[in-house]
Design a protein. Sequence first.
Length: 104
Amino acid sequence: MWRKLNTPGHDAATFSELEGGAELRGRRSSMATLARLRSPPVRADAAWYSTEGTVEGWCGSRRVKLRLRRARDGTWTSNGALCAAVTGCVDLDLSFTRLRICCR
C-alpha cells in the first residue's frame, strides 16, 4: 500500500504467480474524485500478455463495473462488446498501482 502523491488517497496491490500465468489485484481510494475502486484480478498468460481484467466499485454515487477480455486472436471485449480499436494490444493497465502486468 502507498499514499498517492498527485491526489489525496491510497493505492494497494497484490501480485501472485499462477500455473500458466500471473494475477494482479488492486484497490484505489481517491478523495479527489470520491472513487473507491477495486480490481478483481488482472490476469496474464505465461508470455505476460494480459488476458482479462475487471474493475468494480463506485465513483461518487455512480456504480462502476467493467470486464475486459482478450481472445487468443488478439481481439478485446468490454462487458461482452467488441472493442475493435484495441485489437492486437497486449497490455492492460488499469492505473491502480505502480505495479502492472505488461508485455515484455
